[in-house]
Write a protein that binds this ligand. Structure first.
Ligand code: SF4
Length: 457
């Protein structure tokens, strides 16, 4: 009995008026087995609850063991959300990448930020990138048996020696065979390439993109993102960022590949992160270039989508507004893009007083330019006294618990800057509505597609 009690998968949430709530299953209960089979993670759970009838053994929070006979009809949901993994915990990364962002974090941040998860189950449930270097043969077989798709795979380089050099793990060299095996089993995947000058750019990148493209349609997309370097690289391998001219060259070559793939596969297949365009100092491409935006959460296409969303409601903007003052806060990488649009707004709407605050990242170092990595301390230090006025911050600056990266709260920031914060989802329509202070209802209710970052609407 003690052995059983140490196991199981925690229930995260129970839907009201569902089979699970009728059975009085509650968040915090642990699912021990289904039809006598041990349940260790969400994969087990989904597989065994696909049946119409099964016996659920759960441990209640108080330690009681309940055996529940479940019977459901076709299309009827159990109404249970479970954690991704049980007491076995998440699989952690076995690599030591030269560009690892976790290794360049300053000390003193919340503990979870230093976690180096590399878990195929998170890839499936949250779209986290995995490297495949820590998979046992049994786990690889499980991915194939349960047809776990799509996976999100950090490729970085096709060439085994280069991938090994980047990830400093001999198992990194096995990628080509692993991808062959996944594709042959019908598993689909999205790929990511973190591009590091002098390591995997130039001909290495060309080879990686070309080889990966051969896996289409198992391969669904390739995202190329530039290496991110913080000011905390003491004792680490010396790396540098890309220069604007290099970024322009990469994008120019990328356009050739995109055109080729568009003709070959009817999709552009390879996409470059927004950071490459801002670094190169060129405008984001048309939204069509991103097809169905397969890697938005990886920072690929957010700017183009945001701009298109703004344009979709631009005709509804008023010519005059009763006096309104608002501050917009962003990071350096989006500064130019936002400034251009705010200038257009200001010239179009009489009575609208907008101030843009482009905040530098002093916490991580000024090489980190995205808004989502700004801390409350940096905002407080650079916004000044807002005299009780409203300021808009993107939701990407906050963690799931609504705290900033440095654990400060919105209330703390409001007090420091003497202003009223409005958290805005990453959506062009929502952004305009927050600036105006009212909803562009006719359009937003039907056409707003929610937050580009987290999907919330
Ligand atoms: S896979 Fe590489 S970059 Fe990712 S956490 Fe591990 S060491 Fe860091």
């Amino acid at each position: 009995v003690l052995n059983i009690l140490a196991k199981g998968l925690p229930v995260a949430a129970v839907e009201e008026e569902s089979i699970a709530s009728e059975m009085e299953i509650e968040p915090g209960d642990r699912i021990l087995s289904i039809d006598g089979r041990e349940i260790n993670d969400i994969i087990d759970f989904q597989y065994y609850t696909a049946e119409m009838e099964f016996t659920l053994l759960i441990e209640k929070a108080g330690g009681e063991i309940w055996e529940l006979e479940i019977e459901r009809s076709e299309g009827e949901y159990l109404g249970l959300e479970v954690e991704t993994v049980g007491c076995g915990g998440l699989k952690t990364c076995q690599n030591n990448c030269v560009f690892c962002f976790v290794a360049q974090l300053p000390p003193g941040l919340r503990k979870s930020l230093y976690d180096k998860d590399d878990d195929y189950r998170l890839s499936l449930t949250q779209g986290s990138f995995i490297t495949l270097t820590n998979l046992s043969e049994e786990e690889f077989g499980r991915i194939i048996k349960y047809h776990l798709s799509p996976l999100y795979i950090s490729v970085h380089a096709w060439n085994p020696e280069i991938r090994f050099k980047l990830m400093r793990n001999p198992r990194a060299a096995a990628l080509p065979e692993q991808l062959e095996r996944l594709a042959a089993a019908g598993i689909t995947f999205h790929a990511q390439i973190v591009l590091v000058p002098g390591y995997n750019d130039g001909l290495i990148l060309k080879e990686t993109v070309e080889r990966l493209s051969g896996f289409w349609p198992a391969l669904q997309s390739i995202a190329v993102v530039p290496v991110g370097l913080t000011g905390y690289r003491q004792g680490l391998v010396a790396l540098r960022s890309f220069q604007p001219a290099e970024a322009r060259q990469i994008l120019a070559e990328g356009m050739i590949w995109q055109n080729k793939f568009q003709k070959r596969y009817a999709c552009h297949l390879v996409y470059f992160s927004d950071e490459f365009y801002t670094l190169a100092g060129v405008a984001f491409p048309a939204p069509e270039i991103y097809d169905d935006f397969p890697q938005l959460e990886n920072g690929v296409g957010i700017g183009a989508k945001f701009a298109a969303e703004m344009e979709s409601v631009w005709g509804l903007l008023p010519a005059v507004l009763a006096k309104r003052t608002v501050h917009v806060v962003t990071g350096i990488s989006a500064g130019c893009f936002i400034r251009h649009r705010l200038d257009r707004l200001k010239s179009q709407i009489i009575g609208l007083n907008i101030t843009l605050h482009v905040v530098s990242n002093l916490f991580f170092g000024e090489t980190v330019t995205v808004a989502g990595l700004l801390t409350a301390e940096d905002l407080a230090g650079q916004l000044g006294d807002l005299k009780g006025e409203e300021f808009l911050i993107p939701c990407t600056m906050l963690n799931a618990d609504s705290l900033f990266l440095d654990n400060q709260s919105i209330a703390w920031l409001e007090e420091r800057v003497k202003g009223r914060a409005v958290v805005v989802e990453i959506n062009g329509v929502a952004f305009l509505e927050s600036i105006l202070g009212y909803r562009l209802q006719e359009v937003s209710s039907d056409e707003s597609t929610g937050c580009s970052y987290c999907g919330a609407s």
